[in-house]
Design a binder for this molecule. Structure first.
Ligand SMILES: Nc1ncnc2c1ncn2[C@@H]1O[C@H](COP(=O)(O)OP(=O)(O)OP(=O)(O)O)[C@@H](O)[C@H]1O
Ligand SMILES: [Mg+2]
Length: 459
């Protein structure tokens, strides 16, 4: 049974809950912050309910918020359902903005609360699955590799393929637009395989000039060509018993496609200028952002090689097609860069979230990562506003204004906000002049400033 911690100082309510939920969960109750933190430390529940009014501030909310902060600091993955008094909507929203998973207003309807809790546990389970995958695939070779994040159905499918294929030695072809995480997935496959203690050797077929690529791949004997003063092993040989990652395989010249095919068929190579057949047992993972089937039609990629390298095919969907993942990743990057760069940025404002979610992300995860990093660097506030989000050059408004993503109201508000910010800036925050420039009255301007949370620019 899943564990649930209820933080509630009113004993009548807590025993009601304990009784009502005992069939579904193993319930623990704490009446104050200290006891709550101890219980959470001991039982590591996935979900917690938290009463906003806790002693010593039972009629207020500060202790509740304090408790929320502490739980999230110590156990950030906990899903916290805030329990608020009736009509306490503002505090409820504030709690969600501060990281609570959801809120529920008293008086209780047990059936309703059960639905909220079940959803929270479900989400926690999905996230935990992801984290498990991330941790089991943590990379030993390089910075940050192997930390795959995603909770969308499309990515969960990808994760499940990774897990399935990892145990075999079959060749894997990873396709997907630029920045979708192909290299990260290749490393995850390696790190989850029995070859994980051996090397993961990556070679970028598009980055090395054709005349050097052969020797880079297969090595050469001394004297094989001018300047070949020593025998050198190639990447394929280095990958023996490990994994060979052929990045941008679509760029591999035809002459080398033939040689690679020969290696895949015979499991032996010859160094350039050598005659000896050297056996190599390497698992092949290839990646490309090109449409190789087209290249086969035009004759620039060999069909027989394609079949050899694509025994298993993993396709990474573009970021814009991963439901829910944009914010999942944005928040992850925010936390990571916030810590790394010692900045206080802790969350995105509602307007910033809209913007992140409606952008098309042509550069996919890499672009998202860079955008969040820039925002964290730029912003000295705890809350990241749209101004701090700078998209790649050449990004036009139309990129955001896709009816499926934004309503007309959203779009109007985005423009409205931007206009107000720009006018205030150009008028040095002089409200009379700003209002005049915008052609609105001063009270209207004040309303807008309040609506878009631009007060801080005035301080
Ligand atoms: N699912 C993910 N979770 C976390 N970070 C990710 C994820 N996918 C990609 N990234 C990050 O995005 C960046 C780009 O990933 P990667 O280099 O693997 O993409 P790629 O598909 O190989 O791109 P390209 O086609 O441009 O070579 C990396 O910094 C990587 O850590
Ligand atoms: Mg890559």
């Amino acid at each position: 049974m899943e564990k649930l911690v209820i933080i509630e100082d009113d004993q009548t309510i807590s025993s009601q809950l304990r009784w009502g939920l005992a069939h579904d969960y193993e319930v623990f109750v704490a009446g104050n912050r200290q006891d709550a933190l101890q219980l959470i430390h001991k039982h590591v529940p996935k979900v917690v309910t938290l009463d906003l009014g806790l002693p010593p501030d039972a009629s207020g909310c500060e202790e509740g918020f304090h408790c929320l902060d502490e739980i999230l600091r110590r156990a950030p993955a906990t899903k916290i359902v805030m329990i608020t008094g009736n009509g306490d909507r503002n505090n409820a929203l504030r709690a969600v903005q501060n990281g609570a998973y959801d809120y529920y207003s008293k008086p209780f309807d047990l059936a309703e609360l059960k639905v909220i809790l079940a959803r929270a546990f479900h989400l926690a389970a999905i996230e935990k699955d992801n984290i498990r995958l991330q941790q089991s695939s943590l990379d030993q070779h390089g910075f940050n590799a192997g930390r795959l994040i995603g909770g969308s159905p499309r990515m969960l499918e990808v994760f499940s393929s990774i897990r399935k294929v990892a145990s075999s030695s079959a060749a894997v072809l990873i396709t997907g637009e630029s920045g979708t995480g192909k290299e990260l997935v290749a490393r995850a496959v390696h790190d989850l395989s029995t070859r994980k203690t051996r090397d993961f050797i990556a070679i970028n077929c598009g980055a090395i000039p054709e005349n050097l690529l052969e020797s880079e791949l297969f090595g050469h004997e001394r004297g094989a060509f001018t300047g070949a003063n020593n025998r050198v092993q190639g990447k394929v040989e280095y990958a023996n018993k490990g994994t060979l990652f052929l990045d941008e395989i679509g760029e591999l010249p035809l002459t080398l496609q033939v040689k690679l095919l020969r290696f895949l068929q015979e499991k032996t190579i010859q160094r350039v200028g050598g005659r000896e057949d050297i056996s190599v047992d390497a698992r092949i993972i290839a990646a490309t952002n090109r449409d190789i089937t087209k290249e086969i039609e035009t004759g620039s990629f060999r069909e027989d090689l394609y079949y050899r390298i694509s025994v298993i095919h993993i396709h990474l969907p573009p970021l814009r097609e991963r439901d829910g993942d944009i914010m999942l990743m944005a928040n992850f990057f925010l936390r990571r860069f916030g810590t790394d760069l010692r900045k206080k940025a802790r969350r995105f404002s509602a307007a910033a979230v809209k913007l992140l979610e409606s952008y098309e992300w042509p550069g996919n995860v890499r672009e998202l990562e860079n955008t969040v990093q820039r925002a964290v660097i730029m912003s000295d506030e705890t809350i990241i506003e749209p101004e701090a989000l700078i998209f790649s050059p050449g990004t036009t408004k139309e990129k955001f204004f896709r009816p499926s993503k934004l309503t007309l109201k959203d779009a109007r508000e985005m423009i409205e906000r931007e206009m107000v910010v720009a006018a205030m800036e150009s008028k040095n925050n002089n409200m009379a002049k700003t209002a005049e420039a915008l052609g609105i009255s001063r009270p209207t301007l004040y309303d807008l400033v309040k609506k878009y949370n631009l007060m801080k620019s005035l301080e």
